[in-house]
Design a protein. Structure first.
Length: 290
């Protein structure tokens, strides 16, 4: 199963001058629009190619996906728009991607012969909706965006009670096979970019998810909060369709009132990966930092 993160030509850099007053006004405007019910709905397109029972089944699945993701990552600052495409496969959702143009859209290729519980237990929809909780970061940071969505898919599923095992068990299982790539003097960002360009997507995605595991560990241990909490606040104040990775890090640090994300990204850009990643997970109780 694959997830592609389709880009669109990058737009001009948005204004970096974001005053406190402008941010407060944006939050208040979003509260007004949420209270007006503007974001309480989602749209599904593409039903013409499905039967009536399949339409009901798929609608229920998308509804579960939207509600579960919102429950963990907060209300999205735009209506969620889905496109369903029939695709015969050996799994319910063989292919999916987001398009970050205006409006943003989520495309899900589905094999409607599968039962509803197979759809609900599949990670893809939670991964795709998670992508939209942060801006499109550009192709240079596609690895970071994929790491984010890969990390979040299990947070969403765990909170919704549909993840088999703990989040730590699931992360360990996914990341462990790819640690070998990060046993290197090169920085993780350049390793992840190379893995992406070599189409080694699971290694790139799960290697990059470790960025968010480290961030979440710091938030829990030093700031008494969680990444999911911070992201739901971020959605309210700051989530825009496009932003630079540096802006995202700086906005998260601003919300937190501490410098965590900017220095973490800097170390992923410049420190040897072997200083940030463990050689393996077997010597550790859990996924806490090296
Ligand atoms: Zn993705």
């Amino acid at each position: 199963m694959l997830c592609a993160f389709l880009s669109q030509p990058s737009l001009g850099a948005s204004s970096s001058l974001d005053t406190q007053a402008a941010r407060v006004e944006r939050v208040e405007s979003r509260i007004r629009r949420i209270n007006a019910g503007e974001f309480d709905q989602f749209e599904i397109h593409g039903f013409k190619r499905f039967s009536a029972p399949d339409k009901a089944k798929l609608t229920q699945w998308v509804k579960v996906g939207v509600n579960a993701t919102r429950d963990t990552l907060g209300v999205y600052p735009s209506r969620l728009i889905f496109h369903l495409v029939p695709k015969k496969s050996n799994q319910p959702v063989p292919w999916a991607y987001t398009r970050r143009d205006n409006p943003q859209r989520i495309y899900l290729h589905v094999d409607s012969r599968f039962q509803q519980d197979k759809f609900i237990n599949d990670w893809t929809i939670y991964h795709e909706i998670s992508h939209l909780a942060i801006p499109y970061l550009g192709s240079r940071y596609a690895w970071l965006a994929e790491g984010f969505a890969s990390f979040m898919q299990y947070q969403v599923m765990a909170k919704a009670g549909i993840l088999a095992g703990t989040t730590e068990q699931n992360y360990t299982k996914k990341i462990a096979p790819h640690l070998k790539w990060f046993n290197s003097d090169l920085p993780p960002a350049s390793i992840a970019r190379r893995l992406m360009s070599n189409k080694q997507y699971p290694a790139a995605y799960w290697g990059s998810a470790y960025f968010f595991i480290l961030a979440d560990n710091i938030l829990q241990e030093q700031h008494n909060t969680r990444l999911t909490t911070l992201i739901s606040q971020y959605q309210f104040c700051c989530n825009e369709p496009h932003a630079s990775a540096e802006q995202l890090m700086s906005d998260l640090d601003g919300l937190l009132g501490a410098s965590v994300f900017t220095p973490l990204l800097e170390s992923f850009e410049s420190s040897p990966a072997r200083q940030l990643y463990p050689e393996d997970f077997t010597k550790q109780d859990n996924l806490t930092r090296k």
